[in-house]
Write a protein that binds this ligand. Structure first.
Ligand code: HEM
Length: 391
């Protein structure tokens, strides 16, 4: 790392976090916690100015050629800075046609083009690739609820990755292999871990603190002329690899394909490659149905297909938990207290809340192979497999 990027990173891990925390405490004491304009202006000016000084030096240095890890970390630091400016209402894409932060935009676009990601901070910066220094990982604030949110997101993401990894290993073995049952049991155990972590998050995260002091850092913002949606815990390939390998979602379904394209640049290049590879594979569900007519009575079929159906059931359960518990408690309910102008700015991905909720509901129903005829689900295929297993 160059001296300039090291100094910027040190600032992001220290003064930046302290100033954000101080602002959050001030906002949170107000009667209308969401009203942040004109509050704490001296601190906001410091965040903006101090960050800008580092960025001008980095831009003049023009050096992103220090390997992927450094460029990736710098992109994250820059993204955290821009997300904080957005959170403190020093910029707002709804009232601007381009980012008022020209130098930060230029630096962001330069690094993003060189690493092959969107020019903003992504989930990986705060989760799976967030290095801790002396026991403290990167964050916006030192609030207990932010660390709870980040660490449980990271645990959930790693567990989904563990499930995807086990499923991928089935492909070269095939559905009749004795070890396939073991891999399916590993996949199931990883999904049980997701359920356990989601449950802890649901019980321990403070809904007001999350909604008013953590979530606002995940709003969309502009870099240059374009607006980029906020990060969310789903921006890693593992979740979609599970969807497609199980055969619950299809890469050629117009709704699901759009989602994959939209999230591509929010993932690390490694995840992008892994997702592309997975899109070419035949699902495990299809492979079981291919051989079912001649093999359904065989003991290996009953054993492996039953283990597969259990993985599908658990995957559906994680989606129900996400939508009916996490999204409901931490986004939908507190949004009801907001006035229309503030509500329009609530969601990280950008669309109005009802549109976002419908999209998440669609995903939940696809992952549960629900009996819906307005969207494509694998209801019939899963029911057919269940019938073969119990025959
Ligand atoms: C997307 C809320 C935790 C996995 C989303 C979205 C919302 C949301 C509103 C839609 C996009 C956006 O606006 O950001 C929440 C809340 C959480 C939480 C309130 C907890 C307080 C988690 C955790 C995971 C997770 C722990 C597990 C890794 C996902 C996935 C998506 C997503 C995979 C992408 C859409 C999908 O494929 O289902 N989340 N989330 N979320 N979240 Fe969460």
């Amino acid at each position: 790392m160059s001296n300039n990027s090291e100094s910027f990173e040190r600032w992001i891990r220290t003064s930046f976090v302290e100033m954000n925390t101080e602002l959050e405490e001030t906002y949170f004491k107000q009667e209308r916690r969401e009203a942040v304009e004109g509050v704490g202006d001296a601190i906001k000016t410091r965040i903006c100015g101090e960050g800008h000084d580092f960025i001008v030096r980095l831009l003049a240095e023009g050096n992103t050629d220090e390997g992927f890890d450094n460029a990736f970390d710098l992109l994250g630091d820059l993204g955290l800075y821009l997300a904080a400016l957005r959170r403190h209402e020093l910029t707002n894409p709804a009232r601007e046609e381009k980012s008022p932060f020209q130098e930060a935009s230029a630096l962001g676009l330069h690094i993003a083009a060189s690493v092959g990601m969107a020019p903003r901070f992504a989930t990986a910066h705060l989760a799976t690739r967030n290095a801790a220094v002396n026991g403290r990982q990167k964050s916006f604030t030192t609030l207990k609820d932010e660390f709870l949110f980040l660490d449980y997101n990271t645990r959930g993401i790693f567990s989904f990755m563990r499930c995807a990894d086990a499923l991928m290993r089935i492909l070269p073995l095939g559905v009749s292999h004795p070890v396939t049952e073991t891999l399916l049991q590993d996949a199931a155990s990883a999904l049980r871990a997701v359920i356990k972590y989601n449950d802890t998050l649901y019980k321990e995260l403070d809904a007001d603190r999350f909604f008013y002091s953590v979530r606002p850092y995940y709003k969309p913002y502009r870099v240059g002329r374009h607006e980029y949606r906020g990060a969310n815990a789903g921006d890693f390939s593992g979740i979609n690899e599970i969807d497609m390998l199980l055969g619950l979602c299809q890469a050629n379904d117009p709704y699901y394909a759009q989602l994959l394209v939209d999230k591509m640049l929010f993932m690390t290049p490694e995840d992008q490659a892994s997702l592309r590879d997975c899109m070419r594979q035949r699902s495990i569900l299809a492979q079981f149905l291919d051989v079912a007519p001649e093999s359904a009575k065989k003991p290996w079929f009953k054993r492996n297909a039953a283990a597969f159906l259990e993985v599908c059931r658990l995957h559906g359960e994680t989606a129900v938990q996400h939508h009916d518990q996490l999204v409901k408690r931490f986004i939908e309910k507190p949004s009801a207290a907001l006035e229309a102008d503030k509500l329009a700015q609530v969601t990280a991905s950008g669309p109005p809340l009802p549109v976002l909720l419908r999209a998440l509901e669609t995903l939940r129903d696809m992952r549960n192979a629900a009996d819906r005829n307005d969207i494509r689900t694998s209801y019939k295929e899963i029911e057919a497999l269940k019938a073969y297993v119990s025959a």
